[in-house]
Ligand binder design. Structure first.
Ligand code: BV8
Length: 225
């Protein structure tokens, strides 16, 4: 039973029209991380944070999976039970392409979370700070995404998956955000064959035995074949 673990980042959704973070025209060139992707930023100005995620939710709703997402879904269908996609992305393009075993370690745009009681529910298109939590009634609703300083989702599943992986691939991620940035090195130490599929050299490239350079919509289908 070959175990294939795939980590994806913003680069896999770039050709679906969704912005990356650290490319020169990326999201972090337009917004300060501290203002829109930290709990402190949300506490300071929740309306700004809601607006930031409402805009991304609207953009994600218009986006369609590209050949890279479709190829990963095909890989999972052809290797039943052997493929896990760990994504840092908060869009739903892996699921839209047909992937089923997807772990959103940084949360999901289409889910809302109550900061007060922890209740989760499907996010409306436009989230407003005056929206009351359907469970506790308090008005501290936020997008169900993981901000800097918060613990990513699925840590209990990710570590064993990296230990058991025969193949670990990182697609479209710059290797700047932890703990995901250390997964290539960890998987390699655990004996996995590691491959990085990216448009360019990343901060984590040295952790990978194999590199496939190019846009995800071209290199991922070729790698899956
Ligand atoms: C945590 C929110 C503790 C959702 C995001 C000092 C040292 C080490 C660590 C730290 C440190 N100080 C602080 C930390 C921890 C911190 C961290 O890593 N900070 C960094 C800045 C140093 N991490 C955290 O706080 C995390 N939590 O550590 O908790 C803990 C951990 C484990 C167990 C217990 C406790 C939480 C991190 C989550 C932050 N949330 N976003 C959202 O708004 O989307 S981060 C944000 O960056 C996104 O989630 C994104 O997914 C993530 C990574 O970015 P990438 O996906 O890689 O995107 P990027 O633009 O950077 O790169 C795109 C790549 O694609 C490029 O390489 C480009 O070349 C390529 N590309 C572009 N186009 C294409 C392409 N490739 C192929 N084809 C193309 N067409």
């Amino acid at each position: 039973m070959t175990k294939i673990v795939i980590l994806t980042g913003a680069g896999i959704s770039a050709e679906s029209g969704l912005g990356t973070f650290r490319d020169e025209d990326g999201l972090w060139a337009q917004h300060r991380i501290e203002d829109v992707a930290t709990p402190e930023g949300f506490a300071r100005n929740p309306a700004l944070v809601q607006a930031f995620y409402n805009a991304r939710r609207a953009q994600a709703a218009e986006a369609r999976p590209n050949p890279a997402h479709v190829a990963l879904a095909r890989l999972e269908a052809e290797h039943e039970g052997e493929v896990l996609v760990i994504t840092q992305n908060v869009d739903g393009l892996h699921e839209a392409a047909g992937s089923r075993n997807v772990l959103h370690m940084h949360g999901q745009l289409d889910r809302a979370l109550c900061h007060a009681c922890g209740h989760r529910w499907p996010a409306p298109d436009e989230m407003r700070i005056e929206d009351a939590c359907p469970d506790c009634g308090r008005c501290q609703t936020r997008p169900d995404v993981v901000w800097f300083g918060e613990i990513p989702y699925g840590m209990d599943r990710i570590d064993p998956a990296l230990v058991e992986a025969d193949i670990f691939a990182a697609i479209g991620t710059s290797g700047n955000v932890y703990p995901a940035a250390a997964y290539g090195q960890h998987a390699r130490r655990m004996g996995a064959h590691t491959v990085e599929l990216n448009l360019e050299v990343s901060t984590a490239s040295r952790d990978f035995a194999e590199h496939r350079r190019g846009p995800a919509s071209e290199v991922v289908p070729l790698w899956v074949e």
